[in-house]
Design a protein around this ligand. Sequence first.
Ligand code: HBI
Ligand code: FE
Length: 286
Amino acid sequence: MAHDAKRPDHAAPDWTVPQEWDHYTAADHAMWDKLFDRQARLLPGRVAPEFLAGLDVLRMDQPGVPRFDALSERLMKLTGWRVVAVPGLIPDDVFFDHLANRRFVCGNFIRTPDQIDYLQEPDVFHDVFGHVPLLAHPVFADYMQAYGQGGQRAGALGAIERLARLYWYTVEFGLIRHNEGLRIFGAGIVSSHGESLFALDDPSPNRIGFDLKRVMRTGYRIDDYQQTYFVIDSFEDLLRQTLDTDLAPLYADVEAEADIGIASVLPEDHVFTHGTQAYARAQAGG
Ligand code: HBI
Ligand code: FE
């Protein structure tokens, strides 16, 4: 994704800014608490157990917007990651450099009441609640760093959009197998009340076994719930199947093949759900 916004004057060359925790208002903290409580009630039985373990070990259940320095201290001991503040979306190369160095960038602002269920730029609730708990998991932590390193190589290969699809369908909107059924783990789902229900329960979307090439050939939508979700077997398997290897030959293969429609199901897919697409159709019919 191209991002050509100008770096704000108060941001460092790596686009980081101070979190300025003292600047959050009572309304900001109340918004965090409201979002947190709503998701904390909904997620048990829906989210990967590793996510709940991360919330717990990072002590994220304390009220108010978390302090990044306290989170970083705990994360650093567990997996060597840190959380740094940024003013919003940052350029791809800067984003990759932070991940490659085990720094997760988080928006420091929080959504306003009229944005409670949808906003354009990732805020502190999406970034911290959605992404940070799994950074306490050693394998997922390695996956995120490998993604940053992969991004640095993908730039030279003209393959950033391919790699962004991998990020989208795993880090943001991934599902994972569990012995009692599917679970969510992607930050875009986990931080959204509506999508936490939709991604798992709604008959509309496809749910298809993860396959790297398949994912790299599938576009995605940024304006509504996904029409297809991909299901990984485990975080270990995800890391092994994707970023543990040199992706250059794969990018070349994928370049020779046509994209797959966002709602398509192929004969070779491992299908958990062949979605009705009723929700997407209703939205399109408006
Ligand atoms: N910047 N702050 C922020 N957060 C992101 O998730 C992010 C970004 N810049 C680029 C980006 N993500 C993606 O487009 C890359 O994965 C390609
Ligand atoms: Fe995100």
